[in-house]
Design a protein around this ligand. Sequence first.
Ligand code: PLP
Length: 405
Amino acid sequence: MPVVPASRVIALSGEGAFEVLVAARRLEDAGRDVVHLEIGEPDGATPPHVVEAAVRALHEGQTHYVNPAGLPELRDAIAASLAWRGVEGAAAENVVVVAGAKPMLFYALLVVLEPGDEVLVPDPGFPIYPSVARFAGAVPVRYPLDALGAPDVERLAGLIGQRTRALVLNLPGNPTGGAATTDGLHAIAELARRHEVVVISDEVYGRIRYDGSEDSIAALPGMLERTVIVDSFSKTYAMTGWRLGFGVLPATLVERVTTLIVNGASCTPPFVQLAGLAALTGPQDSVAAALPRLERRRDWLVDGLNGLPGVRCSRPGGAFYAFPDVRQVEERAGLSTRQLAALLLDEHGVAVLPGTDFGPGGAGHLRLSFAVAPANLDLALERMRECVSDLAVAAVTGGGMHVRP
Ligand code: PLP
């Protein structure tokens, strides 16, 4: 008899970015050239002083089990660093260190949600939120975003009910790059306080915003005690492969999350934590330099996309994703969003994500990362133009396109 996986894991979904990455690599193995705009990570290297700190720590024997909640010096440094997002009053004891933002999201949702609870998640939004919510036995309720990719506060308010226990915020957000206005953030905080909702604030793109504004929701009055801040070193310091992140939690949750860490991982590797300490407390020039570079790439890609027939793209306020509206292209060609993304990869060698990977609210959109070399953006735009014109010709002549179902 084959071993059958337990039913609880069936509730978990995968993540489109990794699926498309695998499909793209398969094409490359077969000799095809692919422009990678699917995976969301900075193209630059981890700053050298961070790498050196890890190497030094390895030589110094930082290779043993350590405190499951994190090294005291890193927890201190994280608590001190919260000032840049306007958060005051959180101590090192509120901080837990984990292997990336993802495990922290996992632990936060598991520790907050009872079976049957409802949790509000953005639509379109990071697919891990509804996936883990279901795994916890809870019910994800998707809330819509406005035209700029920020939560639509009015419609969000209408979705809060008796069973609503938590709200996941992701500002600036994946996939839209949307960032809330100060008024919007205050309105969401007011709702959370009034309805006693826990906010899980995923701030992995918190330092990648082009207007410089906006604090964490945890900085607003009465919010620190009902917010779990989730962040990592991945996007800010080009450390996606190091696996280092953290949570800032109300005191009542810290012990339980630490128990989850003990059960699942024991602790986070100390040499990786010491690299994180160097990242946080050392020179921040790589972070400062990344912003104008990303902003130039954003403008280049957004302008290029807006030059394609049938494509409209707004300028994201943060993160490093463009989320163009391609509904006209789809309608003209009779393709679904998934088919269009598959066609771009299979026939034109551009790996992008269908917006539907982020929920039904992403239909008619594609997600493109612009944290890549400008030459790749040019190549991607050229190939997309070719795809859009081929589709237009096929629509006029009635010619069939070779598309995956
Ligand atoms: N949260 C969001 C919104 C993301 O886009 C990502 C990665 O793409 C993560 C969390 C995961 O971050 P990490 O690599 O630190 O686990």
